[in-house]
Design a protein around this ligand. Structure first.
Ligand code: ADP
Ligand code: MG
Length: 466
């Protein structure tokens, strides 16, 4: 079984996460496994539950669940003893797409490591600097705050701590954070460490394994500016507790912390209340969707960068306008569009024309920005359709005329928004995430069979989407 798992997940992952997993017992349909730390437990649960289960099922088809428990208590500020949590054969709710940091970097781009390799800083892209960051209405404040942090000197009073920047995918969070790191380290006076939340977790778990947790903490606390990207991925009670200590220690010592995430602190539902309020206590800045001016600016700066190596490459003004107007969602696609035009015009030895652009970037063009649907809107529209009040949906009433609409509303909230089950539960009068999951599954099953319900759901979707 271990061999199968090892070949499924690969040697590195196996050694990092499963080497110390032990089999405790197999009972009827359940396999009981144990790991030494809570962190390992929650990490495995969140990321590998299905694969562990299917490895077992490959050999023992009767197995239907995996129970993962923590072998011995760990010295950590995590909450007191938890019961073993069952990992069932279902998709974990965190199945969201995880944009990798350097997903769209052009091949061959050097990834420079920071000078803090001993501490395992995440790789930095040399192109993501302030010089290449285009400022516009959507990001003026975030840029100014980031600049201020980057220009600070050791011992300067810290004006806002932490600086918390949030925005959707591709709106420049990583770019800005790496710019702060490059600029902040440039003088050599201060230590600025850039870590993805994932790297923070790896660093911590590796330190636990090699019994150097103390050294890890000391090292983290010895830096001037800690930059953490994609905080929404910080998982696991003990890592969060560790993050909380680190955050408090750094802030209390007057060190700067800079954080980026895809949502505001109040929506980081997996985090502890204390951490959330500490995060919200600094400066929280949102970067808005890129406006057309900003898109044009980014396109121009990309073209200029490309021309440094390919002098004959040029993109005429009307093409830039077309791209800025039609590629509306994120910076990654703007970069992708320029890369394609560059590749195409080089390979075919042709100048860039509007025709070529229309052909090449067709799939990046969205006729209309999809609307961001709010849970409140869903509740309002569902309540209206079923002739109940919104407060009925949020109430604890269990009469049939309220239960079904409530389930439909929760189902729509899960399928039309990016909110997690616990968050949806909270927005529906403080219900448990299992209740939401139950509702989602129920409606999913019903729309396949019940034509009338299917029509109602489709009509609700249409009302919400346009
Ligand atoms: P996020 O981390 O928010 O998902 P990134 O920082 O990775 O987004 O940005 C995606 C792409 O868009 C990168 O290539 C980045 O350089 C570019 N980009 C986004 N905003 C800007 C900006 N204001 N100026 C220049 N490039 C930008
Ligand atoms: Mg990013």
């Amino acid at each position: 079984m271990k061999g199968r798992l090892r070949s499924t997940v690969g040697e590195d992952v196996y050694t990092s996460w499963f080497a110390r997993m032990d089999l405790e017992a197999v009972q009827d349909e359940s396999v009981h496994l144990s790991v030494p730390t809570r962190f390992l437990k929650s990490w495995i649960q969140a990321h590998y539950a299905e694969r562990v289960l299917s490895c077992w099922q490959a050999e023992m088809p009767e197995v239907h669940r995996i129970d993962l428990s923590v072998r011995s208590a760990m010295r950590c500020a995590a909450p007191a003893k938890e019961a073993p949590v069952a990992v069932e054969a279902r998709r974990t709710e965190r199945s969201d797409v995880r944009p990798m940091n350097n997903e769209s970097r052009a091949p061959g781009t050097a990834s420079l490591a920071t000078s803090h390799d001993a501490l395992g800083g995440s790789p930095l892209d040399p192109r993501l600097t302030f010089a290449s960051f285009v400022v516009g209405r959507a990001n003026t404040l975030a840029h100014a705050a980031a600049r201020q942090v980057a220009d600070g000197r050791r011992g300067d009073p810290v004006m806002f701590n932490p600086l918390y920047i949030h925005a959707g995918v591709g709106l420049g969070k990583t770019h800005l954070l790496q710019a702060v790191t490059w600029a902040g380290n440039a003088g050599g006076e201060r230590k600025v460490l850039y870590l993805t939340a994932e790297k923070f977790m790896y660093g911590f778990v590796a330190a636990l394994k090699s019994q150097t947790a103390l050294a890890f903490k000391e090292a983290l606390r010895g830096i001037d500016v800690l930059v953490i990207d994609d905080l929404q991925f910080l998982q696991g009670k003990s890592t969060q507790a560790e993050f909380c200590h680190t955050l408090n220690a750094l802030i209390d010592a007057g060190r700067q912390v800079v954080i980026a995430a895809d949502r505001p602190p109040s929506d980081l539902e997996s985090l502890d209340d204390r951490v959330r309020s500490r995060l919200a206590g600094g400066l929280v800045v949102e970067m808005a969707a890129l406006g057309e001016d900003l898109r044009l600016g980014i396109l121009k700066s990309r073209v200029a960068a490309a021309r440094a190596h390919h002098a004959s490459f040029d993109v005429p003004e009307p093409v830039l306008d077309y791209l800025a107007r039609s590629i509306t969602h994120n910076g990654r696609d703007l970069e992708g569009a320029i890369n394609r035009l560059l590749a195409h015009s080089k390979l075919n030895n042709q100048p860039v024309t509007l025709d070529m652009a229309e052909r090449e970037v067709r799939d990046l063009v969205r006729p209309q920005e999809p609307k961001r649907i709010k849970i409140e809107d869903i509740q309002r529209v569902v309540a209206r359709q079923y002739n109940v009040s919104r407060s009925d949906l949020l109430s604890s009433r269990r009469t049939a005329n309220v239960v079904r609409p409530r389930q439909v509303a929760m189902y729509l909230a899960k399928t039309l928004t990016l909110r997690s089950l616990p968050e949806i539960g909270r927005r529906f009068g403080g219900r448990d995430h299992t209740t939401v999951l139950h509702a989602v599954r129920k409606i999913e099953a019903l729309v396949g069979k019940d034509i009338a319900l299917n029509d109602e759901v489709e009509s609700l979707k249409r009302q919400l989407q346009d």
